[in-house]
Write a protein that binds this ligand. Structure first.
Ligand SMILES: *[C@@H]1O[C@H](CO)[C@@H](O)[C@H](O)[C@H]1NC(C)=O
Ligand SMILES: *[C@@H]1O[C@H](CO)[C@@H](O)[C@H](O)[C@H]1NC(C)=O
Ligand SMILES: *[C@@H]1O[C@H](CO)[C@@H](O)[C@H](O)[C@H]1NC(C)=O
Ligand SMILES: *[C@@H]1O[C@H](CO)[C@@H](O)[C@H](O)[C@H]1NC(C)=O
Ligand SMILES: *[C@@H]1O[C@H](CO)[C@@H](O)[C@H](O)[C@H]1NC(C)=O
Ligand SMILES: *[C@@H]1O[C@H](CO)[C@@H](O)[C@H](O)[C@H]1NC(C)=O
Ligand SMILES: *[C@@H]1O[C@H](CO)[C@@H](O)[C@H](O)[C@H]1NC(C)=O
Ligand SMILES: *[C@@H]1O[C@H](CO)[C@@H](O)[C@H](O)[C@H]1NC(C)=O
Ligand SMILES: *[C@@H]1O[C@H](CO)[C@@H](O)[C@H](O)[C@H]1NC(C)=O
Ligand SMILES: *[C@@H]1O[C@H](CO)[C@@H](O)[C@H](O)[C@H]1NC(C)=O
Ligand SMILES: *[C@@H]1O[C@H](CO)[C@@H](O)[C@H](O)[C@H]1NC(C)=O
Ligand SMILES: *[C@@H]1O[C@H](CO)[C@@H](O)[C@H](O)[C@H]1NC(C)=O
Length: 521
């Protein structure tokens, strides 16, 4: 018995040695061509080359979210150089193992096969394949072999089908990004999400925009890690009541789902900085008074909103909100973007609102622009949309011309009786204006202040009562015009093509007679 045990142990030892040497041998063979002075681990060097060989460089244009910075990073990979120096590759200085691979915006085309050698990069902590040209196949479940991953970014429409449930094995993940730009080729089912929520205990960022979560019960969000800070759930086809615990995050985007629920009472230690509730069926008010860190809010109107001191972005569009706005507010000093379009607000526009640089009030019932001493606040305004309101009388364009920084102005569809300007302002008004719409404003002449609007590229004067001919003098200030809409007026003659770079000219429904001048090239 004793002898047999010894023999058995020696045999096992021999077997172990045998396998050990075979393993080393084969490793030595496959990496014999690899330069020994390189830092890069030979196993990783080979894995990267094999991975690279399964992909090609696509020719579709750069993804718009790459902001023109897309270029084929792998093109410069040279197998005779140290892979730790390759574009997008970062190695551990001590072990030579690849710890980060960033091939986002690299025009990669092809697909990740289930046995891709990418998964041999044991020790990989960060993997970013966002915005490439992959075939939109399944995310291979083998990705769960990369157990050291802390950051995984697969943004863009790279994959479709079900998110593999094995993703819950990546328990060191701090950031998981599967967002897409179009809904809903990628799905996650309730079983996988439940496992993910329970097992990824270090998760801080979870970005699942455009992933179909219609089978996921909102209650399962309760099981997400307590370290979660940012949750991005734009257009996930989620339905039902969301647990109010979720609102203890810094960043929460629920835009475009079919969710409902109450907001908790926030105390002053609430970390919430960004809250997008667009399309959220809120039961009860937004108790905003204590949200001292909030910088972005999109949802319905709470009165305490006006006390927020750090808010820079406020979007309450499309809410059927009514009545005049308060004339004085104690907060909102840092507001930069304000969207109150498609509501039922009425009365005079209070001047506090022009703290923002971009103000969109279209489709309301406002009747007057701010009181006289409010005009000084307009100086920094870059974009103003007052279309479809109840403004009446004559637009005093010389008053508006104090808005020296204005790039976009829309006054269309009001109950106006034309526009006027004093000749003194004609030469200095709107130096930066790019887009102007005065459609349906009862104008009778070409607005002469436009002669100094040298940057204007887009002008809409349709549905007015402008008479007479298009003469040379009217065209002098319109050098940059690309789009000019003069349709539905009373124009009778046409002696001069306005502008040189024009791409669109709409002259429908006028009283034009005679010949058109020769077309410019
Ligand atoms: C190995 O790499 C070093 C430095 O990159 C280089 O100088 C040397 O020529 C390489 N040797 C071979 C055989 O490729
Ligand atoms: C990686 O692939 C690109 C093209 O897809 C190729 O130009 C490059 O030579 C390859 N490099 C290596 C080391 O395989
Ligand atoms: C992966 O699997 C395919 C077939 O399924 C095979 O042709 C290929 O050689 C495999 N690649 C590796 C690196 O094992
Ligand atoms: C994912 O990667 C892309 C490309 O590098 C980057 O623009 C984006 O911010 C990343 N997403 C997150 C949530 O980190
Ligand atoms: C959770 O992660 C651990 C590894 O950290 C793993 O052993 C376990 O199987 C995972 N559980 C689930 C349900 O995925
Ligand atoms: C999400 O998937 C479900 C089936 O699981 C489907 O009925 C639904 O239409 C999908 N949602 C969207 C927006 O495509
Ligand atoms: C949360 O996880 C526990 C197990 O840890 C499970 O029993 C429970 O059903 C989960 N809750 C939800 C809402 O998924
Ligand atoms: C602000 O927080 C305090 C303390 O938690 C609470 O009593 C109060 O009701 C909160 N105010 C609002 C407007 O939510
Ligand atoms: C604020 O609210 C959070 C979550 O509801 C709670 O954990 C914390 O103790 C509260 N802090 C104070 C000062 O009330
Ligand atoms: C907002 O501030 C005013 C004072 O500026 C205060 O009277 C009012 O109670 C505050 N409202 C809320 C909801 O905090
Ligand atoms: C104007 O806003 C109202 C809500 O106040 C909305 O019902 C209506 O559809 C909007 N009209 C247009 C033309 O968008
Ligand atoms: C306009 O901007 C300048 C420079 O940023 C600033 O000093 C000034 O206070 C602003 N004016 C108003 C009315 O906000």
């Amino acid at each position: 018995m004793g002898k047999f045990t010894w023999l058995h142990q020696i045999l096992s030892l021999l077997l172990m040695l045998f396998f050990h040497s075979v393993f080393h041998c084969s490793l030595g063979l496959s990496s014999s061509s690899i330069n020994q002075t390189h830092l890069c681990s030979p196993v990783h060097h080979l894995a990267l080359i094999q991975f690279n060989n399964t992909l090609s460089i696509g020719d579709s244009p750069s993804h718009f979210l790459c902001h023109g910075t897309s270029y084929p990073k792998t093109k410069s990979w040279n197998e005779n150089t140290d892979c730790c120096t390759w574009d997008g590759v970062t190695c551990d200085k001590a072990t030579g193992k690849v710890i980060s691979l960033d091939l986002s915006c690299s025009k990669l085309a092809g697909s990740l096969s289930p046995n891709t050698t990418l998964f041999r990069l044991q020790g990989l902590r960060r993997l970013n394949l966002a915005y490439n040209d992959f075939n939109g196949e399944l995310i291979p479940s083998g990705i769960s072999q990369l157990v050291s991953l802390t950051h995984l970014n697969l943004s863009g429409n790279l994959f479709s089908g079900l998110v593999p449930s094995d993703i819950s094995l990546l328990s060191k993940l701090i950031s998981l990004v599967l967002s897409r730009t179009s809904c809903c080729g990628l799905k996650i089912d309730s079983h996988s999400f439940g496992k993910l929520a329970r097992n990824l205990s270090k998760l801080e960022n979870l970005f699942l925009a455009g992933v179909n979560m219609s089978n996921v019960a909102p209650a399962s969000f309760k099981n997400l890690s307590s370290s979660l800070k940012r949750l991005y759930l734009l257009a996930c086809d989620l339905q039902g009541e969301l647990p109010s615990e979720l609102f203890q995050l810094e960043y929460l985007d629920l835009n475009g789902n079919d969710l409902t629920g109450y907001l908790p009472t926030f105390n002053r230690s609430s970390p919430l900085m960004y809250l997008n509730l667009w399309g959220y069926d809120l039961r009860g008010p937004i108790p905003a008074g204590n949200l001292t860190k909030l910088t972005y809010l999109d949802g319905q109107l709470p009165s305490s909103l006006f006390n927020l001191t750090q808010l820079t972005y406020l979007d309450l569009a499309l809410n059927s909100l009514q009545g005049p706005l308060p004339t004085h507010v104690s907060g909102l000093q840092k507001l930069q973007h304000l969207h109150l379009g498609d509501n039922l607000f009425s009365g005079t526009i209070p001047s506090w609102l022009f703290t923002a640089q971009s103000v969109d009030l279209h489709n309301n019932s406002f009747t007057a622009l701010t009181n006289q001493n409010g005009f000084s606040r307009l100086e920094n305004l870059t974009s103003l949309d007052l279309s479809k309101n109840n403004f009446s009388g004559v637009v005093k364009l010389d008053v508006l011309s104090k808005l020296k920084h204005l790039l976009v102005l829309d006054l269309s569809n009001n109950k106006l009786q034309s526009w006027s300007s004093e000749s003194s302002v004609v030469n200095s008004a709107f130096p930066k204006l790019i887009t102007l719409s005065l459609s349906s404003c009862n104008g009778r002449t070409f607005p002469d202040f436009l002669r100094s609007a040298e940057s204007l590229t887009d002008l809409d004067l349709s549905y007015n009562k402008i008479q007479g001919s298009i003469f040379r003098w009217e065209t002098q200030g319109w050098k940059q015009l690309r789009v000019l809409n003069l349709s539905h007026n009373l124009l009778t003659g046409f002696e001069q093509w306005p502008g040189k770079n024009r791409q669109v000219l709409d002259l429908r429904s006028n009283l034009l007679q005679g010949h058109l001048p020769a077309l410019p090239s």
